[in-house]
Design a protein around this ligand. Structure first.
Ligand code: CO8
Length: 258
Protein backbone atom coordinates (compact mmCIF):
# COMPACT_ATOMS: atom_id res chain seq x y z
CA UNK A 1 0.00 0.00 0.00
CA UNK A 2 1.27 3.50 -0.83
CA UNK A 3 1.21 5.92 2.08
CA UNK A 4 1.17 9.72 1.83
CA UNK A 5 1.58 10.79 5.45
CA UNK A 6 4.01 8.17 6.70
CA UNK A 7 7.16 6.56 5.31
CA UNK A 8 7.83 2.87 5.85
CA UNK A 9 11.30 1.30 5.60
CA UNK A 10 11.84 -2.35 6.42
CA UNK A 11 15.42 -3.47 6.93
CA UNK A 12 16.89 -6.41 8.76
CA UNK A 13 13.53 -7.43 10.29
CA UNK A 14 12.86 -3.97 11.70
CA UNK A 15 10.18 -1.62 10.35
CA UNK A 16 10.94 2.09 10.68
CA UNK A 17 7.72 4.10 10.38
CA UNK A 18 8.29 7.85 10.01
CA UNK A 19 5.39 10.24 10.52
CA UNK A 20 5.58 12.64 7.61
CA UNK A 21 3.44 15.77 7.73
CA UNK A 22 6.31 18.22 8.23
CA UNK A 23 4.23 21.34 7.49
CA UNK A 24 1.94 20.56 10.43
CA UNK A 25 4.63 19.17 12.78
CA UNK A 26 3.19 15.69 12.14
CA UNK A 27 -0.20 16.62 13.58
CA UNK A 28 -2.41 13.56 13.59
CA UNK A 29 -5.29 13.84 11.15
CA UNK A 30 -7.68 11.12 9.95
CA UNK A 31 -5.44 10.20 7.04
CA UNK A 32 -2.25 9.92 9.07
CA UNK A 33 -3.86 7.89 11.83
CA UNK A 34 -5.59 5.51 9.45
CA UNK A 35 -2.41 5.06 7.36
CA UNK A 36 -0.43 4.46 10.54
CA UNK A 37 -2.95 1.91 11.81
CA UNK A 38 -3.02 0.15 8.42
CA UNK A 39 0.78 0.15 8.22
CA UNK A 40 1.22 -1.28 11.72
CA UNK A 41 -1.37 -3.98 10.96
CA UNK A 42 0.53 -4.82 7.77
CA UNK A 43 3.75 -5.01 9.82
CA UNK A 44 1.99 -7.36 12.23
CA UNK A 45 1.12 -9.64 9.31
CA UNK A 46 4.52 -9.39 7.60
CA UNK A 47 6.90 -12.18 8.64
CA UNK A 48 9.86 -10.01 7.63
CA UNK A 49 9.01 -7.57 10.44
CA UNK A 50 9.89 -8.56 14.00
CA UNK A 51 9.99 -5.15 15.68
CA UNK A 52 8.75 -1.67 14.83
CA UNK A 53 10.06 1.84 15.47
CA UNK A 54 7.78 4.86 15.08
CA UNK A 55 9.47 8.23 14.77
CA UNK A 56 8.83 11.77 13.54
CA UNK A 57 11.22 14.56 12.60
CA UNK A 58 13.91 16.27 14.67
CA UNK A 59 11.46 19.10 15.37
CA UNK A 60 8.40 17.01 16.19
CA UNK A 61 7.43 13.44 16.86
CA UNK A 62 3.86 14.75 16.59
CA UNK A 63 2.47 18.07 17.86
CA UNK A 64 -0.92 16.57 18.65
CA UNK A 65 -4.14 15.82 16.90
CA UNK A 66 -4.75 18.15 13.97
CA UNK A 67 -6.41 21.22 15.48
CA UNK A 68 -7.58 22.54 12.09
CA UNK A 69 -9.32 19.23 11.41
CA UNK A 70 -11.04 19.26 14.81
CA UNK A 71 -11.95 22.90 15.22
CA UNK A 72 -15.40 22.89 13.57
CA UNK A 73 -16.54 19.50 14.81
CA UNK A 74 -19.66 19.36 16.92
CA UNK A 75 -20.15 17.07 19.91
CA UNK A 76 -22.26 14.81 17.68
CA UNK A 77 -19.54 14.68 14.99
CA UNK A 78 -16.93 13.67 17.57
CA UNK A 79 -19.16 11.33 19.56
CA UNK A 80 -21.10 9.60 16.77
CA UNK A 81 -17.99 9.44 14.55
CA UNK A 82 -16.08 8.06 17.56
CA UNK A 83 -13.14 10.27 16.64
CA UNK A 84 -9.84 8.31 16.53
CA UNK A 85 -11.23 5.25 18.30
CA UNK A 86 -11.04 2.72 15.47
CA UNK A 87 -7.48 3.69 14.57
CA UNK A 88 -6.16 3.70 18.14
CA UNK A 89 -7.87 0.37 18.88
CA UNK A 90 -6.23 -1.07 15.77
CA UNK A 91 -2.81 0.21 16.89
CA UNK A 92 -3.31 -1.33 20.34
CA UNK A 93 -4.01 -4.72 18.73
CA UNK A 94 -0.50 -4.96 17.24
CA UNK A 95 1.28 -7.76 19.10
CA UNK A 96 4.79 -7.07 17.84
CA UNK A 97 6.87 -4.66 19.90
CA UNK A 98 6.72 -0.98 19.00
CA UNK A 99 9.30 1.57 20.13
CA UNK A 100 8.58 5.30 19.94
CA UNK A 101 11.69 7.28 18.98
CA UNK A 102 10.88 10.84 20.04
CA UNK A 103 12.70 14.06 19.17
CA UNK A 104 11.15 17.47 19.59
CA UNK A 105 7.48 17.89 20.37
CA UNK A 106 5.34 14.96 21.49
CA UNK A 107 2.23 16.86 22.51
CA UNK A 108 -1.39 15.94 23.06
CA UNK A 109 -2.20 13.04 20.73
CA UNK A 110 1.53 12.87 19.91
CA UNK A 111 2.43 12.16 23.53
CA UNK A 112 -0.49 9.74 23.70
CA UNK A 113 0.68 7.92 20.56
CA UNK A 114 4.17 7.61 22.07
CA UNK A 115 2.62 6.16 25.24
CA UNK A 116 0.64 3.64 23.15
CA UNK A 117 4.00 2.27 22.00
CA UNK A 118 5.74 -0.30 24.20
CA UNK A 119 8.51 2.02 25.27
CA UNK A 120 9.87 5.43 24.47
CA UNK A 121 13.44 6.30 23.61
CA UNK A 122 13.83 10.05 23.31
CA UNK A 123 16.48 12.53 22.34
CA UNK A 124 17.70 15.46 24.42
CA UNK A 125 15.38 17.76 22.45
CA UNK A 126 12.18 15.89 23.35
CA UNK A 127 9.30 17.83 24.88
CA UNK A 128 6.30 15.90 26.12
CA UNK A 129 3.02 17.54 27.03
CA UNK A 130 -0.75 17.32 27.28
CA UNK A 131 -1.66 20.92 26.41
CA UNK A 132 -5.27 20.19 25.39
CA UNK A 133 -6.43 22.31 28.35
CA UNK A 134 -5.18 25.37 26.42
CA UNK A 135 -7.61 24.50 23.63
CA UNK A 136 -10.63 24.25 25.90
CA UNK A 137 -10.67 20.44 25.86
CA UNK A 138 -8.85 17.58 27.58
CA UNK A 139 -6.70 14.67 26.44
CA UNK A 140 -8.73 12.07 24.56
CA UNK A 141 -6.55 9.04 23.84
CA UNK A 142 -4.77 8.31 27.09
CA UNK A 143 -3.27 11.55 28.40
CA UNK A 144 -5.16 11.42 31.66
CA UNK A 145 -5.02 7.62 31.95
CA UNK A 146 -1.77 6.17 30.59
CA UNK A 147 0.26 9.20 31.68
CA UNK A 148 -1.09 8.90 35.23
CA UNK A 149 -0.17 5.23 35.41
CA UNK A 150 3.30 5.98 34.06
CA UNK A 151 4.34 9.15 35.92
CA UNK A 152 1.87 9.18 38.83
CA UNK A 153 -0.94 11.49 39.81
CA UNK A 154 1.02 14.59 40.72
CA UNK A 155 2.93 14.99 37.47
CA UNK A 156 -0.04 13.84 35.36
CA UNK A 157 -2.27 16.44 37.03
CA UNK A 158 0.44 19.10 36.64
CA UNK A 159 0.86 18.39 32.92
CA UNK A 160 -2.82 18.05 32.12
CA UNK A 161 -3.91 21.03 34.22
CA UNK A 162 -1.17 23.52 33.40
CA UNK A 163 -0.33 22.24 29.91
CA UNK A 164 3.39 22.55 30.69
CA UNK A 165 5.94 20.51 28.76
CA UNK A 166 8.24 17.90 30.28
CA UNK A 167 11.80 17.83 28.95
CA UNK A 168 13.82 14.71 28.18
CA UNK A 169 15.58 14.49 31.56
CA UNK A 170 12.32 14.80 33.47
CA UNK A 171 10.70 12.26 31.15
CA UNK A 172 13.47 9.76 31.87
CA UNK A 173 13.40 10.48 35.63
CA UNK A 174 9.63 9.97 35.67
CA UNK A 175 9.72 6.71 33.75
CA UNK A 176 8.01 8.13 30.66
CA UNK A 177 11.12 7.56 28.54
CA UNK A 178 13.37 4.56 29.00
CA UNK A 179 16.52 6.25 27.62
CA UNK A 180 17.68 9.69 26.52
CA UNK A 181 20.24 10.00 23.73
CA UNK A 182 21.71 12.83 21.64
CA UNK A 183 19.43 13.95 18.78
CA UNK A 184 21.73 12.60 16.07
CA UNK A 185 21.90 9.19 17.74
CA UNK A 186 18.15 8.73 18.25
CA UNK A 187 17.30 6.60 15.21
CA UNK A 188 20.46 4.52 15.55
CA UNK A 189 19.68 3.83 19.22
CA UNK A 190 16.02 2.96 18.57
CA UNK A 191 16.84 0.75 15.58
CA UNK A 192 19.58 -0.92 17.66
CA UNK A 193 17.09 -1.70 20.43
CA UNK A 194 14.58 -2.99 17.86
CA UNK A 195 17.29 -5.10 16.26
CA UNK A 196 18.15 -6.68 19.62
CA UNK A 197 14.48 -7.53 20.16
CA UNK A 198 14.20 -8.90 16.60
CA UNK A 199 16.86 -11.48 17.45
CA UNK A 200 14.83 -12.99 20.31
CA UNK A 201 12.17 -15.66 20.09
CA UNK A 202 9.05 -13.90 18.80
CA UNK A 203 6.92 -16.06 21.09
CA UNK A 204 8.73 -14.78 24.20
CA UNK A 205 8.69 -11.24 22.85
CA UNK A 206 4.92 -11.27 22.39
CA UNK A 207 4.46 -12.84 25.83
CA UNK A 208 6.51 -10.04 27.42
CA UNK A 209 4.37 -7.44 25.68
CA UNK A 210 1.13 -9.08 26.81
CA UNK A 211 2.35 -9.66 30.36
CA UNK A 212 3.72 -6.16 30.95
CA UNK A 213 0.59 -4.58 29.48
CA UNK A 214 -1.49 -6.79 31.74
CA UNK A 215 0.15 -5.16 34.75
CA UNK A 216 -1.91 -2.07 33.91
CA UNK A 217 -5.18 -3.97 33.71
CA UNK A 218 -5.38 -6.51 36.54
CA UNK A 219 -4.60 -6.79 40.27
CA UNK A 220 -1.06 -7.90 41.17
CA UNK A 221 -2.09 -11.43 42.16
CA UNK A 222 -3.79 -11.97 38.77
CA UNK A 223 -0.87 -10.44 36.92
CA UNK A 224 1.60 -12.68 38.73
CA UNK A 225 -0.52 -15.73 37.97
CA UNK A 226 -0.69 -14.77 34.30
CA UNK A 227 3.09 -14.27 34.22
CA UNK A 228 3.76 -17.61 35.95
CA UNK A 229 1.44 -19.53 33.65
CA UNK A 230 3.00 -17.92 30.59
CA UNK A 231 6.44 -18.81 31.97
CA UNK A 232 5.29 -22.42 32.44
CA UNK A 233 3.79 -22.46 28.93
CA UNK A 234 7.05 -21.43 27.30
CA UNK A 235 8.54 -24.79 28.35
CA UNK A 236 6.39 -26.20 25.53
CA UNK A 237 8.45 -24.31 22.95
CA UNK A 238 11.53 -25.42 21.03
CA UNK A 239 12.97 -21.96 21.66
CA UNK A 240 13.10 -22.67 25.40
CA UNK A 241 15.26 -25.75 24.94
CA UNK A 242 17.34 -23.96 22.30
CA UNK A 243 17.84 -20.89 24.52
CA UNK A 244 18.79 -22.80 27.63
CA UNK A 245 20.83 -25.37 25.67
CA UNK A 246 22.75 -22.61 23.87
CA UNK A 247 23.59 -20.94 27.19
CA UNK A 248 24.98 -24.17 28.63
CA UNK A 249 26.90 -24.93 25.43
CA UNK A 250 28.28 -21.36 25.47
CA UNK A 251 26.99 -20.47 21.98
CA UNK A 252 24.48 -18.02 20.48
CA UNK A 253 20.90 -19.27 20.51
CA UNK A 254 19.22 -19.77 17.13
CA UNK A 255 15.58 -19.07 17.82
CA UNK A 256 12.97 -20.30 15.35
CA UNK A 257 9.80 -18.88 16.93
CA UNK A 258 8.54 -22.35 17.78
N1 CO8 B 1 -2.60 20.71 14.63
C1 CO8 B 1 -2.55 21.35 13.44
N2 CO8 B 1 -1.49 22.08 13.03
C2 CO8 B 1 -0.45 22.18 13.87
C3 CO8 B 1 -0.43 21.55 15.13
C4 CO8 B 1 -1.58 20.78 15.49
N3 CO8 B 1 -1.65 20.11 16.65
N4 CO8 B 1 0.73 21.85 15.74
C5 CO8 B 1 1.41 22.63 14.90
N5 CO8 B 1 0.72 22.84 13.75
C6 CO8 B 1 1.10 23.63 12.59
C7 CO8 B 1 1.00 25.11 12.87
O1 CO8 B 1 -0.33 25.56 12.70
C8 CO8 B 1 1.95 25.66 11.84
O2 CO8 B 1 1.31 25.67 10.60
P1 CO8 B 1 1.50 26.97 9.61
O3 CO8 B 1 2.95 27.01 9.32
O4 CO8 B 1 0.66 26.63 8.43
O5 CO8 B 1 1.03 28.15 10.39
C9 CO8 B 1 3.04 24.60 11.76
O6 CO8 B 1 2.48 23.42 12.31
C10 CO8 B 1 4.26 24.96 12.59
O7 CO8 B 1 3.82 25.25 13.90
P2 CO8 B 1 4.23 26.59 14.69
O8 CO8 B 1 4.45 27.72 13.73
O9 CO8 B 1 3.22 26.78 15.78
O10 CO8 B 1 5.64 26.11 15.27
P3 CO8 B 1 6.34 26.64 16.60
O11 CO8 B 1 7.71 26.09 16.56
O12 CO8 B 1 6.18 28.12 16.75
O13 CO8 B 1 5.51 25.96 17.81
C11 CO8 B 1 4.40 24.16 18.94
C12 CO8 B 1 5.52 24.57 17.95
C13 CO8 B 1 4.73 24.65 20.33
C14 CO8 B 1 4.37 22.63 18.92
C15 CO8 B 1 3.04 24.74 18.47
O14 CO8 B 1 2.88 24.44 17.09
C16 CO8 B 1 1.86 24.20 19.22
O15 CO8 B 1 1.60 24.61 20.32
N6 CO8 B 1 1.11 23.27 18.57
C17 CO8 B 1 -0.13 22.74 19.13
C18 CO8 B 1 0.14 21.76 20.25
C19 CO8 B 1 -1.16 21.26 20.82
O16 CO8 B 1 -1.96 21.99 21.35
N7 CO8 B 1 -1.37 19.93 20.72
C20 CO8 B 1 -2.57 19.29 21.21
C21 CO8 B 1 -3.59 19.18 20.12
S1 CO8 B 1 -5.15 18.53 20.69
C22 CO8 B 1 -4.88 16.86 20.81
O17 CO8 B 1 -3.83 16.38 20.52
C23 CO8 B 1 -6.04 16.02 21.30
C24 CO8 B 1 -5.69 14.55 21.10
C25 CO8 B 1 -6.81 13.66 21.53
C26 CO8 B 1 -7.86 13.50 20.49
C27 CO8 B 1 -8.74 12.38 20.88
C28 CO8 B 1 -10.02 12.38 20.13
C29 CO8 B 1 -10.96 11.30 20.65
Amino acid sequence: MAYETIILDVDNHVALVTLNRPDALNALNDQLLSELAACLTACQENDKVRAIVITGSEKAFAAGADIAMMKDKSFVDAFSGDLFTAETDQIMRVRKPIIAAVSGYALGGGCELAMMCDFIICSESAKFGQPEINLGVVAGIGGTQRLTRIVGKSKAMDMNLTGRFMDADEAERSGLASRVVPVKKLIEEALGAAQKIAEKSMVSVMVVKEAVNRAYEVPLREGLLFERRMFHSLFATEDQSEGMGAFLEKREAQFRDR
